[in-house]
Design a protein around this ligand. Structure first.
Ligand SMILES: *Cc1c(COP(=O)(O)O)cnc(C)c1O
Length: 509
């Protein structure tokens, strides 16, 4: 190869390397087991039972239609399916609002210790003192980090934590005879679970508009509050889902409290604050924590999540049972008999104990200073991406962001390329797309959350691909993006048809 050719090919290899996340497309075209079957295959051959006579008088089982495949076919089928999962262990996962960070293997080791892995929730409490201590210590860490002393670990996800928290607020109002408080204030940038939770608890939702600046203003809040007599509480995410810190939150919380209402903080974005800000200090009364986001326990693909709630001393009597309390030297699960003011039990047993161990291992291995570094680095990474993309993508709100940055399709849309096209192009280049079309307050949103565990190298690759996509649009190759992804076995779906005429059952031809 001539020197010139060699350099050229090195350059193109470099380009190719820079333009993908380490893989390209999804490689297998995996058919259903039923499509693979052949009537002369079988996994196991049982000998015919000789002289068999049915003595039970019951009907004999006929052909139940299991696919006739051999063991290697079964193994290969499921292993292949497992490799189709894009995960944080296989690549960058910039899904805004989800905090897809690395799950340290130390956490996994701790959760697999036989003494933890083999306990049973029905064991007598004297025999599981160590497990209860883990829960008690975790309650202590969460109370310290949030400044909210009452902690209940049992909710099984963020949305379940919201339910637990808003039910706690409702219970407190019931006990105070506040039946007239029927309204929950929620900003328009909120995650859908917030209004859904409030509605499930019987509240009417009143929206606080934030559209122009991406933040709540005292003025808009006051308007939504009115004289406040009917307001039970407010549900706010801080930093909000536009990745911005609510700067006027202290004044807003004061006004809310003066009206006899409670401040529920959706803690999904705690990764931006952990170790630096205690939400109680900006007026929060109750908050859920997504252990599977901020505290690195695995998520994506369905769980199990874990959404403990933290509450003020005032609200602690009402939160769900069980919580772990220490009586002398003994750890005890607090029951309804011990705390009759509680709203009751929301979950079988005591919550996702495996997640409690992982989260505590994460906290203890980082320490307080390490956790502060987490939020600093998470915010730094998001601002790095913002700074490298803001000249080619529209940034709807001025100034630096917190742990995630918000872009929109505005520039590319003028040339016919939408957020969806950009997301699908990312798939082609081997990256999981960012969160798209959320928050709803901006058109064609792209919400990018890198987390602190990505290296500068992986951020640079992502930035490189995002700039390449913008460049394609700029130089008139935007139409090509409508075709992306190209290398995946499933390309663009007809999403309207899929939603309106879903095929939910496979039938043999
Ligand atoms: C993830 C998230 C939730 C819900 O948490 P789950 O654990 O998925 O139930 C609520 N609000 C915001 C802002 C979130 O990002």
């Amino acid at each position: 190869m001539s020197a010139e050719r060699k350099i050229e090919s090195q350059v193109s290899t470099m380009m190719a390397k820079e333009l993908n996340g380490g893989s390209r497309g999804l490689h297998y075209e995996e058919s259903l087991l039923w499509e693979k079957e052949r009537s002369d295959h079988s996994g196991v051959d049982f000998p015919q039972v000789k002289n068999f006579k049915n003595r039970t008088g019951q009907t004999e089982r006929g052909d139940i239609g299991l696919p006739q495949v051999s063991e290697p076919q079964v193994v290969r089928h499921f292993v292949r399916l497992s490799t189709l999962n894009y995960s944080i262990d296989s690549g960058f996962f910039p899904l805004g609002s989800c905090t897809m960070k690395h799950n340290p293997r130390l956490n996994e080791r701790m959760a697999r210790l036989p003494g933890f892995a083999h306990v049973h929730p029905l064991q007598p409490q004297q025999t599981i003192q160590g497990a209860l201590r883990v829960m008690h210590d975790l309650q202590h860490w969460l109370a310290t980090l949030t400044g909210l002393p009452g902690v209940c670990l049992s909710p099984a996800a963020g949305a379940h934590g919201e339910l637990a928290g808003v039910m706690t607020i409702r219970r407190a109002h019931e006990q105070k005879g506040n039946a007239h408080k029927t309204v929950m204030l929620i900003p328009d940038s909120a995650h859908g679970t917030n209004p859904a939770t409030a509605a499930m608890c019987g509240y009417t939702i009143r929206v606080i508009p934030t559209k122009e600046t991406g933040r709540m203003s005292v003025e808009a809040f006051k308007e939504a509050l009115g004289d406040g007599h009917d307001v039970a509480g407010m549900m706010v995410t801080n930093p909000n889902t536009c990745g911005l810190f609510e700067r006027e939150i202290v004044e807003i919380a004061d006004l809310l409290h003066k009206a006899g209402a409670y401040f529920y903080c959706d803690g999904a974005n705690f990764n931006a604050l952990v170790g630096r800000v205690r939400p109680a200090d900006f007026g929060v009364d109750v908050m859920h924590i997504n252990l599977h986001k901020t505290f690195s326990t695995p998520h994506g693909g369905g769980g199990p999540g874990s959404g403990p709630i933290c509450v003020t001393n005032e609200l602690a009597p009402y939160m769900p049972v069980p919580t772990v309390v220490k009586q002398g030297e003994t750890y005890v699960l607090e029951t309804e008999d011990m705390r009759p003011t509680t709203l009751g039990r929301l979950k079988g047993f005591h919550g996702q104990f495996g997640m409690h161990i992982r989260a505590l291992a994460y906290m203890m291995s980082h320490g307080g200073d390490g956790l502060r570094q987490v939020s600093e680095d998470a915010v730094l990474n998001a601002n790095y991406i913002l700074s490298q993309l803001k000249d080619v993508y529209n940034v709807p709100f001025d100034g630096p962001c917190m742990h995630e940055c918000l872009l929109t399709e505005k520039v590319q849309k003028e040339k016919g390329v939408s957020t969806l096209d950009i997301a699908k192009a990312l798939v082609e280049y081997g990256f999981h797309p960012m969160t798209v079309y959320f928050p709803l307050v901006v058109q064609g949103a792209m919400l990018i959350e890198p987390t602190e565990t990505e290296s500068k190298d992986s951020l640079d690759r992502f930035i490189g691909v995002m700039r390449h996509i913008a460049d394609m649009v700029e130089t008139g190759q935007g139409d090509e993006l409508h075709e992306y992804p190209r290398s995946t076995p499933r390309r663009r779906l007809d999403e309207v048809k899929a939603a309106r005429f879903p095929k939910l059952r496979w039938t043999k031809e």
